[in-house]
Design a protein around this ligand. Structure first.
Ligand SMILES: [Zn+2]
Length: 270
């Protein structure tokens, strides 16, 4: 009998050893996600290059997610032609730009307080380069956007208006984190400011929403003047994994970050 018990213990030990040796480890200490789970999840994405980039450094990617989850979630809210904001959505921390050392084309412009530090730092950096950034449009309420869209529809026809302007509720300007630089014109891309922003806005957390050649992805023609603030952590994530395209990142946030949040261990403080 004692011999049998010894044998059972021995077998149990072998099973335990086998389990420990073969059990998959979590790829990041703060997420209960194994390599297999990660591969399965990333397989759901449609863009092969994005999948490749994430799976090339899954641990680093999860670390980026952990950092982003600690930031205000509405910075990454998907607002596009298919995902509107409620008509009554107005951010709570709007501040008038006229109270700051910022060049603006009309006095009633407002943005969210949360973008101010980085916006001012970006404007100062541009000044040091020898040019001034002027803001031509900022927060737009649902009603303002409604009037603007109707104006464009009357001026250029409804189909063209849809390519160039958002229907009310569908504009990133309603978020209060989006700004248009002056002049609102395709020629902005060839100005010093336009070229500089294209390279450096990301370092201040501002991301070009509608890049050249992506009308099929974003729904909008190239708008070299239109930047949305998402924070520098997110602009790095976009550059590292989402091919520099904000829309790909925001769609990912909308459809897939629930999985990562669910597997974030509770005691990480995030
Ligand atoms: Zn705009």
């Amino acid at each position: 009998m004692r011999k049998m018990t010894g044998l059972y213990i021995f077998l149990l030990l072998i099973v335990c050893c086998l389990y420990v040796c073969t059990a998959e480890k979590f790829i990041h200490p703060d997420f209960s996600i194994t390599e297999t789970m990660m591969k399965q999840k990333i397989e759901e994405l449609s863009h092969p290059l994005i999948k490749e980039k994430i799976l090339a450094q899954p641990g680093e990617f999860l670390e980026s997610m952990r950092v982003l989850f600690a930031l205000p979630g509405e910075l990454f809210l998907l607002v596009d032609k298919n995902h509107p904001l409620p008509a009554a959505y107005v951010p709570g921390d709007l501040v008038p730009l006229k109270d700051y050392p910022v060049k603006i084309t009309y006095t009633s412009m407002m943005v969210r307080q949360v973008i101010m530090n980085d916006l001012l730092a970006m404007i100062s950096a541009a000044k040091e380069e020898g040019f001034e950034l002027t803001i031509a449009s900022a927060f737009r309420s649902y009603d303002t956007q409604k009037n603007l869209f109707n104006y464009w529809a009357k001026t250029v026809g409804i189909e063209q208006a849809k390519r160039e302007s958002a229907r009310p509720g569908y504009s990133q300007h309603q978020l209060g984190t989006t700004v248009d630089f002056h002049p609102i014109d395709t020629a902005f891309k060839d100005t010093k400011a336009g070229k500089w922003l294209l390279s450096y806005a990301r370092e201040y957390g501002f991301s070009l929403s509608y890049p050249d050649g992506y009308e099929e992805v974003t729904g909008y023609i190239y708008e070299p003047w239109h930047y949305r603030y998402i924070g520098k952590e997110a602009t790095h994530v976009i550059d590292n994994y989402f091919l520099g395209v904000q829309q790909f990142f925001l769609e990912f946030c909308h459809h897939h970050t629930g999985f990562f949040r669910e597997h974030l261990k509770k005691d990480t403080g995030s």
